[in-house]
Design a binder for this molecule. Structure first.
Ligand SMILES: Cc1cc2nc3c(=O)[nH]c(=O)nc-3n(C[C@H](O)[C@H](O)[C@H](O)COP(=O)(O)OP(=O)(O)OC[C@H]3O[C@@H](n4cnc5c(N)ncnc54)[C@H](O)[C@@H]3O)c2cc1C
Length: 291
């Protein structure tokens, strides 16, 4: 199948790209790494008359630390993020999440901005970014705005992006002392396979007790889901196998999975139960500096 017929635009500034996006609206799509968009165009799931390449917006490819924030440009390739020393030191669970994704060729092209903007439930970077209280920066014809990462995806393939808006940055705040995170994922095979379920856990420890916790579930709901009851259950508790097992049971109840080719809803809940235990275990070990 062909990609269809469209006019190709190569704006050199974000403002120009936003203006084109506004002008052509739903008849257009922004192109970042193309690993999702080109598949959608080729399969006919998406049809547009205008493709607006973001490839010349070099300032959106940077990964940098600004005061107390790790700033990941929306167009930074996933490989660059996972291999960046600042990211490894600041928030290693994001590198873990990226390394589970696809194969290297896809990670060399695909971007974190694109992973958020496609809005699919099995995207791997949103759950861990949400757990870390990341902010998403959007630039549009009317200026820029910042939104909490966990509010960005509204429904499968539906995001907060308005016509002409571009995701420019993912901002991850400095992680407090004694905090730790973990991303756990299960797919039907190693290598390039989408997640059956994923769990991202973030904890903060004080005097051997979990003082804060945020558990997000991926691939088991329409958007990344905060497992609020499981997160509350572990708060003010000492880490331990029994506690993590209880949290896993609750997270499995909070999941909203569907049945599809990758697994039944029931199977996915079982997977969530196990992954939650693993994620909490690793997050606590990291918070205590053991890992
Ligand atoms: C073989 C294969 C395996 C894959 N495996 C995984 C996997 O394991 N885990 C996973 O999460 N994903 C996977 N994907 C999906 C995809 O690779 C990722 O979602 C990737 O991060 C998309 O980024 P991209 O830059 O290629 O996005 P693109 O394809 O360029 O764009 C995706 C969508 O987002 C929009 N968009 C992109 N960037 C912006 C922006 N900055 N502002 C506004 N809109 C924007 C585009 O218009 C388009 O609608 C896989 C894809 C393939 C083909």
């Amino acid at each position: 199948m062909s990609l269809g017929h469209f006019q190709f635009h190569e704006p050199s500034t974000t403002a120009e790209a936003c203006a084109l996006g506004l002008e052509f609206g739903r008849q257009s799509a922004f192109l970042a790494g193309g690993t999702e968009l080109l598949v959608d165009l080729r399969s006919g799931r998406k049809k547009v008359n205008h493709v607006i390449s973001l490839g010349h917006l070099n300032e959106l490819k940077n990964i940098k630390i600004e005061e107390n924030t790790l700033v990941i440009g929306a167009l930074a390739p996933l490989t660059d993020i996972a291999e960046c020393e600042n990211v490894k030191n600041w928030f290693p669970a994001l590198c873990d999440a990226i390394e589970t994704m696809a194969g290297r060729q896809i990670r060399n092209r695909g971007t974190m901005g694109g992973n958020f903007c496609c809005g699919v439930p099995c995207s791997d970077t949103p759950p861990i970014a949400c757990a870390a209280r990341a902010e998403i920066v959007l630039a549009g014809p009317e200026g820029t705005r910042s939104v909490e990462a966990e509010k960005f995806v509204l429904a499968p393939r539906v995001t907060m992006l308005n016509p002409g808006e571009i995701l420019t940055e993912i901002r991850i705040p400095q992680q407090p002392k004694n905090s730790g995170s973990s991303f756990q994922r299960f797919a039907l095979r190693r290598g390039s396979a989408l997640a059956v379920a994923s769990v991202a856990a973030w904890v903060q420890m004080e005097n051997g007790v979990i003082s804060e916790s945020r558990i997000f579930l991926g691939s088991v709901g329409p958007t990344p889901l905060l497992a609020s009851e499981a997160s509350s259950l572990v708060k003010d508790q000492k880490p331990g196998t029994e506690l993590f097992a209880q949290a896993g049971t609750i997270a499995a109840k909070e999941a909203q999975p569907i049945s599809d080719l990758r697994g039944s809803a029931e199977y996915r809940r079982d997977v969530v139960q196990v992954l939650t235990q693993r994620a909490l275990q690793e997050a606590c070990e990291r918070a205590e500096g053991a890992k």
